[in-house]
Design a protein around this ligand. Structure first.
Ligand code: GAR
Length: 215
């Protein structure tokens, strides 16, 4: 059984997508994997109620209680390790992690970012995309490295940017694809079809085009 810990900061719609996929009979049988805990750095994260509704253990570790990033990350690591996690998924987790934390979970720490990296790292990605005038935008799942939004890319989903799009309409279009992309990546990692080997993604028993969700 692969043990997954999800870290969140807010709404939790990506978490919900993972939980729905994981509880589908198909996934339970094919991939023995389970979300064993959800940890939030914010007590008011709506995703905590989503986790609880799925019967998943929740924990809040408020970053504001710590005077340093190192202190917060150490508490976070302790909580994750208490669940003996095989995979740690940043599902809308909005904290920068220290180098030591990232190194500790190398190859088993992934993030979803709402842009086609390396374009538009950081915040307000949909605003950045509209300002740049790109016609294709999307989301990326990547292994986390100590470069913010700079880790090895696992898979991407693309959407068109339509004339008249606002940040909100574009965000909603991207989010819909995030909810397909992230559960797939989590599943593939649990199945051992994807791994980080020598700084590159190694793919096994998976059509290469699966890693690019187009349209
Ligand atoms: C998602 O769009 C995710 O890609 C983004 O935050 C949102 C969380 O929504 N993550 C980042 O920007 C990470 N830098 P959710 O809480 O509904 O899943």
């Amino acid at each position: 059984m692969k043990r997954i810990v999800c870290l969140i900061s807010g709404r939790g719609s990506n978490l919900a997508a993972i939980l729905q996929a994981a509880s589908a009979e198909r996934w339970r049988v094919a991939v023995p994997a389970e979300v064993v805990a959800v940890i939030s750095n914010r007590a008011d994260a709506a995703g905590l109620a989503i986790a609880a509704a799925h019967g998943v253990a929740t924990q809040v570790i408020e970053h504001t209680r710590f005077s340093s990033r190192e202190g917060f990350d150490a508490a976070l690591a302790e909580a994750i390790d208490a669940h003996t996690a095989d995979l740690v998924v940043l599902a809308g987790f909005m904290r920068v992690l220290t180098r030591a934390f990232v190194a500790r979970y190398q190859g088993r720490l992934i993030n979803i970012h709402p842009s086609l990296l390396p374009a538009f790292p950081g915040l307000a990605t949909h605003r950045q995309a509209l300002a740049a005038g790109v016609r294709v935008h999307g989301a990326t799942v990547h292994f986390v490295s100590d470069v913010i939004d700079g880790g090895v890319i696992i898979a991407q989903a693309a959407v068109p940017v339509l004339p008249g799009d606002s940040e909100e309409t574009l965000a909603a279009r991207v989010l819909g694809r995030e909810h397909v992309l992230l559960p797939r990546c989590v599943r593939w990692l649990c199945e051992g079809r994807i791994a980080l080997v020598d700084g590159r993604v190694q793919v096994r028993d998976l059509p290469g085009e699966s890693l690019a969700l187009l349209g």
